[in-house]
Every structure is written in C-alpha cells, then in structure tokens.
Write a protein that binds this ligand. Structure first.
Ligand code: EPU
Length: 346
C-alpha cells in the first residue's frame, strides 16, 4: 500500500502496544495503529469505511493522555514533518508547521530565527499538532496568541479545512478541537511570530530565575533558558518518571465565589481571569487536601508538584485514574471545588 521511493506514506500495525507512546508509560493496546508519514495519505485513509464510521483516536507524542483501557478501534499517529516560511515582512514570520513536528524543537527553531513569543513555552512536551487542541500555555503565555489558522481534516464533511483562530474558539487549555474531539484531525498549524515583542517575565519565578542566572536585560533565548531551568526543577521529567504534566486544570470560579473561598483560606493563590471569573491554584488545593505525595502502588501524586500524577513503574491507567478520583474527592470534600482533569482520559 502506497510504497513509493520515499518510503511508505503510512504504516499499519495490528494489536499494537501503546506503552512507549504515552508519557505515563501505561500499557494499553490499539486494535489498529496507523502511522501517517505524508499528509496526502490522510485523504486516502479517511475514505475507508472504518474511518468514516468510527472516530480514530489521534495520538501525538502521547504526553497529554491517560489510557485506562485498550482502544478497540484505530489509533492514528501523524508523523508528518516540515516548517515552511510562508511570508517574512521583516517584522514577523508567517509559518506553517506540520502536525508531527516536536513542539520544543520548533520553539528552539523560532528563537534561532530571531522570533519572539514562544520563549515561555519552551520544553512543553508534545507535538505541534497537539498544541492548539488544548491551547498549551505556560508562564503567562498561551499558544493561541500566535496562531493564525489551523489546517484540519473535518470528519463531518470529509474535507481538509483551514480554520481561522476565531473559529478555533480557544480558551484556557481548551479549543473547538478538544470539545469536538471525534470530528477533527489537526494536520498543520499556521503561526505568526513577531521579531519585536516585550518579553513576559512577570510570572512567578521567571524574574527570579533570570536574576539567579545573572541576567538583567534578557534576550528571548535567555527567557527560554530560565523557563527550561524552572520546568526542569519543578516538574518531573516524563523520560525518567511517567507523567503528563498538570493532571488537573486550575479551576475557574465566579469572582464572588473565589473571593469568599480565598477569605476562608488566606494562602490560596487566586488570579483574576476574564469574564468575571477567577482562577484558583489547583496545586495548592490538592496539597492542602493532603494529596501531595499520596501513593497507591506505583500510582502517585508527585512530591515535587501536587498537580502532577506520576507512574513509578508499573501502575496501570486504571490505577492512576482511581488515585486521581481520590484526590478529586478530597479536594471537593475540603473546599467544595470540583477539579477537572487536563489530559484526555480514555
Ligand atoms: N503550588 C502548591 N503546591 C505545589 C505546587 C504549586 O501549592 O505542589 C502553588 C504555589 O503557590 C504556586 C502555584 O501553586 O505558586 C502555581 O504553581 P505553578 O507556577 O507551578 O503553576 P500551576 O498553576 O500549578 C500552570 C500550568 C502548567 C504551567 C505552569 C507555569 C495548568 C493546569 N498548569 O501550573 O502547565 O507549566 O502553570 O505556567 O494550567 C500543563 O498544563 O501540563 C502544565 C504543566
């Protein structure tokens, strides 16, 4: 099938293990694992009845997903590569990046080209294609700020479409693609990156890290370096200890409700959000509810960061999920706040 001089446009494996394809490192099997190397193959694959009748599970680097069971259908992995400069007017670069590119490599590429904007998003695991799905963010910056459009396969109409940033309806760790997860397959992301931009170093820890590095007037690369140091120190490395970054979203509450809660719990970090909402620190809530460091078998809440669930070796997805439920119940009982998981739960 489709074997040309450049190698197969896609490969298919039956009953494939996903253990090395999810950063929790839990065992789960896919009935069919389809790996797409060239984007053109997608239209051909999507014509098969199996794809039309049953949504495939689209897997990027597997760094934001928890498998609690096997996947009975198709797992689709887009390993397409390429960064194209669409336009460069001196002030900003317009780029098209294939879904399978590694996010962090792309960040470094953009900095080397003299672009600004993505420095705070250094070292986030995962692929470029996954970035818009949950609108990745860190240290006061979200990728949505730089996205011009997203090219995606629409399973409803059976066509490749280009959605504007407004159509993507980005929110905090949220987008159209996350809300309609069975409908879309992100193929490429178009971004506009400025050469001039005020660097954001106001998020807690970033300024301190730069000071510790002895830097007073940082370059974008130095901000990225500070972010990398912070992340390396604060978050467990998934290559060493299985995890998917933050396991819960920071809850958004109506400002009045948040204010009342913070009055009762003076230490609770709270940030104003848009539209009359306030964001609370989920990590703080988990820690105060006794969740930090909690362990059941190989499933645990990191001792480094209360928001990160870790697999000490042989935890199953179901065991990690059971622990997450326990943490969630403890937070709800103590604070009346319901935490929402951040990764995709299968
Ligand atoms: N805190 C605790 N206990 C802890 C850790 C943190 O009480 O164990 C409190 C501290 O008061 C701290 C506050 O929580 O000041 C915030 O902590 P942190 O700066 O680590 O950020 P976060 O809100 O826990 C969010 C993102 C991270 C992102 C960081 C930095 C979410 C769900 N998480 O975490 O994103 O790296 O901010 O910007 O929004 C991810 O999405 O996977 C992720 C790692």
């Amino acid at each position: 099938m489709n074997n040309h001089a450049h190698g197969a446009a896609y490969t298919i494996a039956e009953n494939a293990s996903l253990r090395t394809r999810n950063s929790f490192g839990v065992e789960a099997r896919a009935a069919l694992l389809v790996e797409v190397r060239r984007a053109e193959a997608l239209a051909e694959l999507m014509a098969f009845a199996r794809f039309r009748t049953q949504a495939p599970l689209v897997l990027g680097a597997g760094s934001n997903i928890l498998f609690t069971r096997d996947w009975p259908g198709v797992v689709l992995s887009l390993d397409t590569r390429g960064i194209e400069v669409l336009d460069d007017d001196g002030a900003r670069l317009q780029l098209r990046v294939a879904a399978g590119e590694r996010w962090h490599d792309f960040v470094l590429w953009s900095l080397a080209k003299g672009c600004r904007g993505l420095e705070n998003l250094a070292l986030i695991p995962g692929t470029v294609g996954a970035a818009p799905i949950q609108n990745i963010g860190a240290y006061g910056v979200e990728v949505a700020e730089f996205i011009v459009a997203v090219e995606a396969w629409d399973r409803d109409t059976g066509r490749l479409v280009t959605l504007t940033a407004a159509q993507c309806a980005f929110g905090y760790r949220d987008s159209l693609f996350k809300r309609e997860v069975e409908r879309w397959i992100v193929v490429a992301v178009r971004l506009a990156l400025p050469r001039q931009r005020v660097l954001r170093t106001d998020y807690a820890g970033v300024g301190e890290e730069l000071a510790a590095m002895g830097v007073r007037d940082p370059s974008a690369a130095q901000v990225a370096e500070a972010v990398m140091r912070l992340r390396t120190r604060k978050l467990p490395d998934p290559a060493v200890l299985g995890n998917a970054g933050s396991f819960f979203k920071n809850p958004l509450l109506a400002t009045d409700a948040a204010r009342a809660l913070c009055a009762r719990h003076p230490g609770l970090p709270c940030w104003p959000d848009h539209h009359g909402l306030a964001k609370l620190s989920a990590a703080w809530l988990v820690e105060q509810a006794g969740g930090k460091g909690l362990r059941e078998g190989d499933a645990a809440v990191s001792q480094q960061h209360a928001l990160v669930l870790v697999n000490h070796g042989n935890a199953s997805g179901a065991q990690l999920w059971a622990l997450a439920e326990r943490v969630r119940a403890a937070v709800q009982a103590r604070f009346g706040v319901v935490l929402e998981p951040e990764p995709r739960i299968v």
